[in-house]
Design a protein around this ligand. Structure first.
Ligand SMILES: Cc1cc2nc3c(=O)[nH]c(=O)nc-3n(C[C@H](O)[C@H](O)[C@H](O)COP(=O)(O)OP(=O)(O)OC[C@H]3O[C@@H](n4cnc5c(N)ncnc54)[C@H](O)[C@@H]3O)c2cc1C
Length: 512
């Protein structure tokens, strides 16, 4: 285990009895070393990092040498081994005007690996031994994203020259524009794919029952734009790291049973983000009295104290890391929707349209399964060539492994819904979303894969539980397109750990 910050039961399943024969190895205690190889003439470098090192420590170490990654998960309190195990991701595709550069990678974190050392079974020795694998080794393809069916000691990652980023937040673009159908006549500059073309890096956070998402864009910006505020540390959104008192109070009431107040909670979360980012409090005046009463003068003063945060600039890690473990504890489902770059807007329109229709349908039956937010991010797919190892293998189990038969599927839209884990109706809502994704959306324009660290395989009472999803739909989603895939990964992982030392009950069903 690393920091155990995932949702899927990939370390130990809930309800495992106390006397179960389980050994947990906490890699973050001692496996934390990192060292840098020489910087190549193209500006890229290889960093050797042990699996228990935290992502934020790695990025700080790299930043000190003016090196960095193109994209990474938003929390820094994750172990490198845990992030690689699930094929973690950030949000980035090349902007329309962006030049490629050595070490720039738009796929999963696992796609950066050039070499990996793992503990594997050795028939000759009759024991488990440590073995180093080059990225060109076919066995490495199974180890790059392995869901916890292996024990990785260290990895070498290809990284690039650091880039300064400008991160802007917008809270005034309505969903009918941002998520508009491609042929709706909305100017491209107001659509999600328009922002994507412009900057290459977007995230939409859409609180339930609101119609103006918090849109973030990151653009490569070597020098500080005049309007931007320079930051020198990560985690620049304190109102999302430390749940503000009014949100805690209203959330407390909702979670205690006042589910019909969920739309108010969405509105309040939006307002707090807006005030914390832009300092604009005008919406408070027109908001319902419950919200006005919660947003007291003291609360507003506190929110405004840190200054404006809607236009920030700095070294990449200071803008790419923005979630602390103190953030509101929610559960999340997660999917990667592989598609053509020109279909991103269509995919986003389809998914958001279905989500809001479903939310209304549930509300009309008195059910409010979502009290958090939808999060949408966009990445490229894995491109093994980027790591510069001749013959590099793709991470077989990565949600964004490219389909060999569909080179036009060059982009992935990541779609998550976050909500309190005890919310009534949550599982059936997530099951309905999942059915829509796999039964309706998946096809000629989209390939749907699950996001390993999050919720999937829903029944109407549980996640990671639907037998058909676990044994048929998910494997099929990784077999599609031909080439080495699901079965090769499973067989390799079984050969490297024939005694099934490294497994969980979920993995025993998924990867028997
Ligand atoms: C608030 C929050 C925000 C998140 N945001 C993002 C995001 O932006 N992008 C994203 O991609 N993910 C995100 N995640 C998910 C996160 O990246 C994964 O859950 C990741 O696996 C967590 O790392 P960890 O160190 O906590 O791993 P753990 O949860 O401890 O372990 C995860 C898996 O990795 C295995 N593992 C850990 N170390 C090793 C090792 N050395 N060798 C082999 N297997 C190992 C474990 O056995 C387990 O199977 C987020 C999670 C949270 C809670």
């Amino acid at each position: 285990m690393g920091r155990r910050h995932g949702w899927a039961p990939l370390v130990v399943a809930d309800g495992t009895p106390g006397d179960a024969r389980v050994v947990l190895v906490d890699t973050t205690l001692h496996l934390t070393a990192m060292s840098l190889g020489p910087v190549a003439s193209d500006g890229s470098a290889a960093v050797r990092v042990q699996a228990g090192a935290l992502m934020e420590d790695l990025l700080e170490f790299l930043g000190g040498q003016r090196l960095g990654v193109t994209a990474c998960p938003a929390p820094g309190d994750l172990s490198v081994g845990g992030a690689l195990a699930v094929g973690a991701h950030g949000t980035a595709v090349p902007a329309a005007s962006e030049a490629s550069a050595a070490g720039k990678d738009f796929g999963s974190l696992s796609d950066l690996v050039t070499e990996m050392t793992a503990v594997v079974w050795d028939d000759t020795a009759g024991a488990y031994v440590t073995r180093a694998y080059s990225r060109a080794d076919p066995d490495c393809a199974a180890l790059l994203t392995h869901l916890g069916r292996a024990f990785v000691i260290e990895a070498v990652l290809r990284v690039g020259q650091d880039q300064n980023l400008r991160c802007r937040s917008y809270l005034d673009i309505p969903t009918r524009d941002l998520f508009a159908a491609p042929d709706s006549g909305v100017p491209a500059a107001r659509t999600l794919s328009g922002f994507l073309d412009d900057t290459g890096r977007v995230e939409a956070i859409w609180f339930a029952f609101t119609d103006r998402p918090w849109l973030k864009t990151w653009s490569v910006s070597p020098n500080r734009p005049l309007a931007s505020r320079a930051v020198r540390e990560p985690y620049n959104y304190p109102f999302s790291d430390n749940v503000p008192e009014p949100v805690a109070r209203l959330a407390g009431q909702v979670f205690a049973g006042a589910w019909a107040s969920t739309p108010l909670l969405g509105q309040l979360q939006y307002l707090i983000a807006k005030i914390g980012l832009t300092g604009d409090i005008t919406d408070v005046l027109t908001s319902p009295s419950v919200i006005r009463d919660l947003l007291t003068a003291d609360v507003l003063t506190h929110l405004l104290a840190g200054g404006l945060r809607s236009d920030l600039w700095g070294a990449s890690r200071d803008l790419l890391l923005y979630i602390r473990p103190t953030t509101l504890r929610e559960t999340a489902n997660g999917y990667a929707l592989l598609t053509r770059r020109e279909d991103v807007q269509w995919v986003v329109h389809q998914v958001t349209g279905h989500y809001s229709g479903l939310l209304e349908d549930y509300a009309s039956r008195g059910l409010y399964p979502v009290n958090g937010q939808v999060e949408i991010r966009v990445t490229g797919v894995d491109d093994p060539a980027v790591c510069l190892v001749p013959g590099a293998q793709p991470p077989l189990l990565s949600a964004v492994r490219a389909r060999p038969d569909r080179p036009d599927f060059d982009t992935a839209v990541w779609f998550d819904v976050l909500t309190d884990p005890a919310t009534p109706g949550l599982h059936s809502f997530c099951r309905d979303i999942e059915r829509f994704l796999f039964d309706t959306l998946d096809g000629d324009r989209v390939t749907v894969r699950v996001e390993w660290s999050k919720g999937w395989a829903y029944t109407d009472t549980a996640a990671w539980a639907a037998p058909d999803m676990l044994t048929r739909t998910i494997p099929t989603s990784h077999r599609i397109g031909g080439g080495p895939g699901w079965d090769d990964a499973r067989d390799t992982l079984n050969r490297l750990d024939p005694h099934r030392v490294l497994t969980t009950s979920l993995l025993d069903t998924l990867l028997p």
